[in-house]
Write a protein that binds this ligand. Structure first.
Ligand code: C2E
Ligand code: CA
Ligand code: CA
Ligand code: CA
Length: 278
């Protein structure tokens, strides 16, 4: 039993070393990644359930590093948050996304929307709102075309600078979207506190919507609640025709997911949206 204990111990140590080494390498590579132009935005379409038209996209960050290969945002965003590198990286995202939106809107004469994810650490950047305003002006984009997606994590800290930033976002006429709705503990109380325009139902609820009665009832109830509070609803992670049909019946406003399109690089998204027929 003793030797087993020791093996177990060394096993965990090895595992921990691997995890820590990977983290260290990612952090090290991330430092020069912006300068080396290794980040790229992908765009995933959001569709209007009633008309079937594309109404906008969500910007999703991709990182290709010559040493580490492709690293998923699920892995590198938390590290970028922890180190604070999310601040310059996040500014790059906002700038690129709005530049692309300008090209997209003018080439197709439509008022598409752009949803950008902003994580908690980015709000500690007190110049964030000024930066966003400057990017909107430089790209000639009306504030209501921009949607800022935040999760409950942003609101939980209760910091006054976050409160101020959210009020400022509202004042500027930028839309505020509650991401991953249903996964947190206190999202409901935040809906009361801030004027969210959009509610995104987390994909974990959408996944079981056609097979699990409880999931279906929850989604149905969330949609009714969101509408009664004046919010529009986006279902994320829609992967099948039957999920889409059911969401249509439940009066969901917008849908996003692999069933319609995976996130695509700028050029491909432009091409996709030109040829898309509902
Ligand atoms: P999120 O904001 O909840 O983004 C949705 C994620 O679901 C994306 O993963 C997207 O590719 C994926 N997805 C979309 N449709 C489907 C589907 O039908 N099925 C499945 N299984 N997945 C689908 P991704 O791109 O890997 O991003 C992961 C997370 O990383 C995002 O979750 C977001 O929290 C964060 N993230 C991505 N880009 C940025 C960014 O520019 N800034 C910040 N702060 N966070 C970002
Ligand atoms: Ca999001
Ligand atoms: Ca608003
Ligand atoms: Ca989400």
């Amino acid at each position: 039993a003793k030797s087993l204990g020791r093996n177990t111990y060394s096993f965990f140590t090895k595992e921990m070393n691997t995890v820590m080494l990977r983290r260290f390498e990612i952090e090290e590579q991330m430092h020069g990644a912006l300068e080396r132009n290794e980040f790229e935005l992908y765009y995933q379409p959001q569709l209007d359930v009633k008309s079937g038209n594309i109404i906008g996209v969500e910007a999703l960050l991709r990182w290709h590093n010559s040493t580490l290969g492709n690293i998923s945002p699920g892995e590198f965003i938390p590290i970028a948050e922890h180190t604070g590198l999310i601040v310059p990286i996040g500014r790059f995202v906002i700038k690129q996304a709005l530049r692309f939106l300008n090209v997209w809107q003018t080439s197709q004469h439509k008022k598409y929307t752009m949803a950008v994810n902003i994580s908690p650490r980015q709000f500690r950047d007190l110049g964030l709102l000024t930066f966003i305003k400057d990017c909107l002006n430089a790209s000639n984009i009306t504030p209501s075309s921009l949607e800022i997606e935040i999760t409950e994590g942003v609101l939980m800290s209760g910091q006054s600078y976050i409160h101020d930033a959210l009020i400022e976002i509202e004042k500027l006429g930028i839309n505020l979207s509650m991401d991953d709705f249903g996964t947190g503990y206190s999202s409901l109380s935040y809906l009361r506190e801030y004027a969210f325009d959009v509610l995104k139902i987390d994909q974990s609820f959408i996944h079981g919507i056609t097979t699990n009665e409880a999931d279906c009832q929850l989604v149905k109830t969330i949609i009714v609640m969101a509408h009664s509070l004046g919010m529009t609803v986006v279902a994320e992670g829609v992967e099948t025709q039957s999920q889409f049909t059911l969401l249509t019946e439940l009066d969901c406003d917008f849908v996003q997911g692999y069933y319609f399109s995976r996130p695509k690089p700028a050029e491909q998204l432009l091409d996709f949206s030109v040829h898309y027929k509902p």
